[in-house]
Write a new protein. Structure first.
Length: 125
């Protein structure tokens, strides 16, 4: 597991002052690989630039841990107006799209899928 503390972020930001940056540039800091994914100047997207002491740097993790809970109920097996079950929409729609976005952004997130259900008992007092 890798992680940057606030002090690491501050040191990294200061180490970049007066250095040129460009989209997709990869930087090594404290044994971690960081990638420039976007640059803006005066609200406009730019392809390259120089970091100054007034540059604001945004850090985004490409390796987070997610827990996704999906409730398995009788409704999940029902059909939507297009003829797909809601389970199929979750797996072949939402999850497939999510993994595609992660792949495009070169993310290495860890996902734990938890399927759960509730059962009601008529004999409970």
């Amino acid at each position: 597991d890798q992680g940057l503390s606030r002090s690491d972020m501050w040191r990294f930001t200061n180490s970049l002052i007066d250095k040129g940056m460009y989209i997709s540039r990869k930087l090594l800091f404290a044994g971690m690989l960081l990638k420039v994914s976007g640059l803006w100047a005066k609200g406009e997207t730019v392809k390259s630039g120089v970091v100054t002491d007034s540059t604001r740097i945004v850090f985004r993790s490409a390796s987070s841990q997610f827990f996704l809970f999906i409730q398995v109920s009788s409704e999940i097996w029902e059909f939507d107006p297009n003829g797909d079950t809601y389970f199929d929409k979750a797996v072949d729609g939402f999850l497939k799209d999510l993994f595609s976005v992660w792949k495009d952004k070169e993310c290495n997130h860890q996902l734990t899928l938890i399927f759960f259900a509730r059962k009601y008992s008529r004999n409970c007092k």
